[in-house]
Design a protein around this ligand. Structure first.
Ligand SMILES: [Zn+2]
Length: 108
C-alpha cells in the first residue's frame, strides 16, 4: 500500500477513500486514486516514451561502479525493465544487471 495521498487542493493528508478515488474531509474535493505502481512517462534522450521490454541503444559512455568497466556508447540493450528511482532502467548488459538513466539511451 502506498503512502496516503494528500489533497491536491488544500494539501490536507488523510483523505476519505471514495469508490474509485479519494474525498478530502477538509474541503470536500474528490479525485481519482492513482495506481501506486504508476511510474509516469519515462523518456529516452530523444523524448520518446520507453516501455518495459523495449530495446535501446546507449548514447553516451557510461561509468559503472563495478570494476568491469563502463558501458560504451552504441551498446545495445535488449528488453529493458522500467523501475522507479533516479536511474529508471534496469537492464542486463554483457551479463551484468545495471541501472541506467533513461536520458542516456535512445529507443532502438
Ligand atoms: Zn482538501
Amino acid at each position: 500500500m502506498a503512502d496516503a495521498p494528500t489533497c491536491p487542493i488544500c494539501t490536507m493528508p488523510d483523505p476519505l477513500t471514495a469508490e474509485d478515488g479519494y474525498e478530502c474531509a477538509t474541503c470536500g474535493h474528490e479525485w481519482l486514486g492513482e495506481a501506486s505502481d504508476d511510474l509516469g512517462d519515462i523518456r529516452d534522450a530523444n523524448g520518446n516514451v520507453l516501455a518495459d521490454g523495449d530495446a535501446v541503444t546507449v548514447v553516451k559512455d557510461l561509468k559503472t561502479d563495478g570494476k568491469a568497466g563502463g558501458i560504451k556508447v552504441g551498446t545495445k540493450i535488449k528488453s529493458i525493465r522500467l523501475v522507479s528511482g533516479d536511474h529508471e532502467i534496469d537492464a542486463k548488459v554483457d551479463g551484468r544487471q545495471l541501472l541506467i538513466k533513461a536520458a542516456y539511451v535512445k529507443k532502438a
